[in-house]
Design a protein around this ligand. Structure first.
Ligand SMILES: [Zn+2]
Length: 137
């Protein structure tokens, strides 16, 4: 992570980062719901925390390496709907929109929204992990 100070959590919960997604990123605790994992992964994308993204990705679908774009700025997460993914479920779905900007030299080249329905499962430790996603266009 960069040493830039993050106060409000970028996932949009309204909580401070230290009280929201940071404990997950530090592996102090694991998200109890699929939505919380989704939020923490969005923030990991926003902050460029590649190892967290790998760790929270199901081994069966994990990519060897992630190409995190420095020019891509993830601004805002909007949760549209969730299906299961609660503490006593084994699977879950989260439908979300992630708002981004493509920047170059401080200039915004493009603003966009990625809409996806992500699927989550439990790993061998019963932790929520990302399995796959359907991107809506
Ligand atoms: Zn958060």
């Amino acid at each position: 992570m960069t040493d830039k100070q993050v106060k409000l959590c970028p996932c949009g919960s309204g909580l401070n980062y230290a009280d929201c997604c940071q404990p997950y990123h530090l592996y102090q605790t694991w998200p109890a719901t699929a939505e919380q994992l989704m939020r923490s992964r969005f923030v990991a994308f926003a902050l460029g925390l590649e190892s967290y993204l790998q760790t929270t990705w199901a081994k069966s679908t994990r990519l060897g390496s992630l190409d995190l774009e420095d020019n891509l700025v993830w601004n805002r997460l909007e949760i549209i709907a969730t299906e299961q993914g609660m503490p006593f479920d084994d699977t879950g779905k989260v439908h979300f929109k992630a708002h981004y900007q493509l920047k170059e030299g401080g200039k915004v080249l493009e603003s966009g929204v990625m809409e996806e329905v992500s699927q989550f499962i439990r790993d061998e430790n019963q932790h929520w992990v990302y399995l796959t996603g359907d991107v809506k266009s």
